[in-house]
Design a protein around this ligand. Structure first.
Ligand code: SAM
Length: 373
């Protein structure tokens, strides 16, 4: 595997050139392509429309209706609800018949008041309705390491507890999208392992009114079915998922965050709301197979694309902010790239920095990307 800064270097302009065409990928690999521009526009481009009816999964974390403005600026209230719901029919066009849309979104609070905003809930309901989608299941992503917030009510007045979860809505145009929980089995607990081994447990009626059959727990199903409340602790154990995936395991063994290092070494801002990679892995395993196409319309630092790449899924990501989009290239092995924007000059580091040996000289803007099946 080649490494940025050791085998290859890249020059990244601070800004995109004026009138850069957002319908051209910023960089691409054999499996996917990253676009920089507003999704509302990029997704309607001719190139992207060619992917209509092909995505098995749309997996994204949109900007939240936050009170404190992030630099990518968030809408609030009804304006946010309308903006967000308009994506539903647009995104649905990209899905295969049994495809899924999974959206991770945090809570919002009313500005200056110790009460929660219902904007997120209204936005999700409006999204379901506009897209004609079913809510297949709601997941809760619990983050125990989250800093206490909102500070005013939690730390100062001490009248609320810390807000420590985001919700994940799994939606689909069909009630039976492609899904297989056998792909996300967790390792059995020690007590369950013992039980399977010894075959000894108390069968019969339980206070919960469940009836436990004499044979129910004797079968080894190769792991436990995970719950819909997932968290940092839970996610660590995903490394030990029983589903064989040497690629995934290998990808997880390194504790270094290559994206963070890449940004730090180049003085770039690190994306403030990166998704945990384990979360993406979970849904890619659960809802897709190798070769399936995954789309992330609010790509940020492209956690989705990079995870899809490692798991052999095809991918397309779109991110509005140049700095985030362009530095997400640091997540990829430079030798996996098949092309990039002509303003990103990538060159091989030989003994002396030899800028003549650039990887991609020609403007590959019309090169076809390999995201079509
Ligand atoms: C919550 S972040 C996504 C983070 C991402 N999942 C990651 O792991 O890095 C939402 C992203 O959406 C981007 N964004 C906001 N409006 C957008 C739009 N209209 N089109 C495309 N991207 C947009 C923001 O710049 C931000 O990077």
């Amino acid at each position: 595997m080649a490494v940025w800064g050791k085998h290859y270097e890249i020059e990244i302009p601070k800004q995109p050139r004026p009138r850069r065409r957002t319908s051209k990928p910023l960089y691409a690999t054999e499996l996917g392509a990253m676009y920089c521009g507003k999704s509302e526009k990029v997704l309607k481009s001719r190139r992207l429309k060619e992917l209509h009816g092909q995505a098995q999964l749309i997996f994204t974390s949109p900007p939240f209706p936050l009170n404190t403005k992030k630099r990518y600026g968030n809408l609030q209230g009804d304006e946010y609800v309308r903006w967000f719901a308009r994506f539903a029919p647009l995104l649905r066009e990209f899905l295969v018949n049994d495809g899924s849309i999974v959206i991770e979104i945090g809570n919002a609070w009313e500005p200056g008041r110790p009460v929660m905003s219902t904007t997120v809930l209204r936005a999700l309901l409006a999204f379901l309705e506009r897209g004609g989608l079913h809510l297949c299941q709601e997941f809760v992503w619990y983050n125990s390491a989250r800093l206490p917030s909102p500070v005013e009510w939690v730390n100062k007045e001490r009248i609320r507890v810390k807000d420590a979860f985001t919700r994940i809505w799994w939606m689909s145009p069909t009630e039976r999208p492609k899904a297989d929980n056998r792909k996300v089995l967790k390792e059995y607990s020690p007590s369950m392992k013992r039980l399977i081994e010894t075959g000894k447990y108390n069968a019969g009626a339980r206070p919960s009114e469940h009836h436990i059959g004499a044979e129910s727990f004797k079968t080894n199903n190769n792991g436990a079915i995970p719950p819909n409340v997932v968290g940092a602790d839970e996610m660590h154990s995903l490394n030990d998922l029983i589903t064989p995936s040497s690629v995934l395991k290998a990808a997880n063994t390194g504790s270094r965050d290559t994206y963070r290092d890449f940004c730090n070494e180049r003085g770039a801002s690190i994306h403030p709301a990166r998704m945990p990679r384990a979360l993406v892995e979970f849904f890619l395993k659960f809802l897709t197979e190798e070769g399936d196409l995954v789309l992330d319309p609010f790509g940020g630092s492209n956690t989705t694309g990079a995870t899809a790449e490692q798991m052999g899924r095809r991918w397309v990501s779109v991110e509005a902010e140049w700095e985030y989009a362009v530095h997400s290239i640091g997540r990829f092995d430079p030798e996996a790239l098949v092309g990039c924007d002509r303003e990103l000059s990538i060159f091989e580091l030989v003994e002396t920095r030899d800028k003549d040996r650039t990887l991609f000289d020609e403007d590959w803007s019309d090169a076809s990307i390999s995201t079509a099946s």
